[in-house]
Design a protein around this ligand. Structure first.
Ligand code: NAD
Length: 262
């Protein structure tokens, strides 16, 4: 088990399902006190309840990461329940598949409001809390292989994930002296509900002809020979939440089975 996760107060946004839920379960299994935060309060509640049923420590909070007041309330509830905030995973995200020339201003705002603005707000408000309580802290953002490569029918999604990498680097430079680190995880093709949306978009726009074709094609690029499961992200998440990663900041770690080499 990585050192120093026990009793840490850790928020995971977008933890009502998918990658976030699995990361939160892994951290709770290591003894962290986790805040399961999601736009779906029902899903967040169900994940938190299942962690508590297994003997872990978890609270659920409904949050909209695009809304600063809602993010502040999430942090306040966490501090009320767990005394402080040590780590935040800004993981909530949305995806949309659209051919490049068909992306509208509305599409751009839909994707970037959650994936880029939501991460900026989550970082700002959690860093304010960490500065006021003292003792440093850790920011871990979920970027993507699409934060390192622009993918044509995911141009606005890719742009939003490049923004996550940039925000991670900028915050690392800004807050290193206060011992607040910022790093990102870049997943590849993970079998979650999000990929159902992406895959469906490929088919809807005539870019593929059968269900799961885009998923299979993308996953086929991974040199380790398979798509990811949410569990494949948990080891790196634990490392980034623990003191084992204390001397690392500004990095975006590819955890994609070998799809993009940077
Ligand atoms: N699935 C993949 O292949 C993949 C690959 C690379 C990166 N990612 C990134 O990983 C993260 C998690 O993705 P996932 O695959 O688990 O997706 P998912 O759709 O299964 O889960 C995303 C969660 O985010 C929540 N969410 C959406 N908008 C929100 C908002 N405004 N406020 C709060 N919560 C909100 C949703 O309710 C959902 O529970 C995302 O940032 C995604 O972009 C996923």
């Amino acid at each position: 088990m990585p050192t120093n996760i026990q009793e840490k107060s850790i928020i995971v946004t977008g933890a009502g399902r998918g990658i976030g839920a699995e990361i939160a379960r892994g951290l709770a299994a290591d003894g962290a006190r986790v805040t399961i935060a999601d736009l779906s309060g029902d899903n967040a509640g169900a994940v938190a309840a299942s962690i508590r049923d297994g003997g872990g420590k978890a609270i659920a909070v409904a949050v909209d990461v695009r809304d600063r007041a809602s993010v502040r309330a999430m942090i306040e509830e966490t501090v009320r329940a767990h005394g402080r905030l040590d780590v935040i995973f800004n993981n909530a995200g949305v995806a949309q598949t659209k051919p490049f020339l068909e992306i509208t201003e509305e599409d751009w705002r839909f994707v970037t409001d959650v994936n880029a603005l939501g991460v900026l707000i989550g970082m700002q408000e959690s860093i304010r809390q960490m500065l006021s309580q003292g003792g440093g802290g850790k920011i871990v953002n979920t970027a993507s292989i699409a934060g390192k490569q622009g993918y044509e029918p995911l141009a606005h999604y890719s742009a939003s994930k490049f923004a996550v990498v940039a925000l991670t680097q900028a915050a690392a430079r800004a807050f290193g002296k206060e011992r607040i680190t910022a790093n990102a995880i870049c997943p590849g093709v993970v079998a979650t509900d999000m990929w159902k949306v992406i895959d469906g978009g490929f088919k809807e726009h005539g870019l593929t002809s059968r269900d799961n074709e885009a998923f299979d094609n993308f996953a086929g690029i991974a040199v380790l020979g398979r798509a990811s499961a949410p569990a494949d992200l948990v080891g790196v998440a634990r490392f980034l939440a623990s003191s084992d990663s204390d001397f690392m900041t500004g990095q975006s770690l590819m955890v994609d089975g070998g799809m993009v080499f940077v």
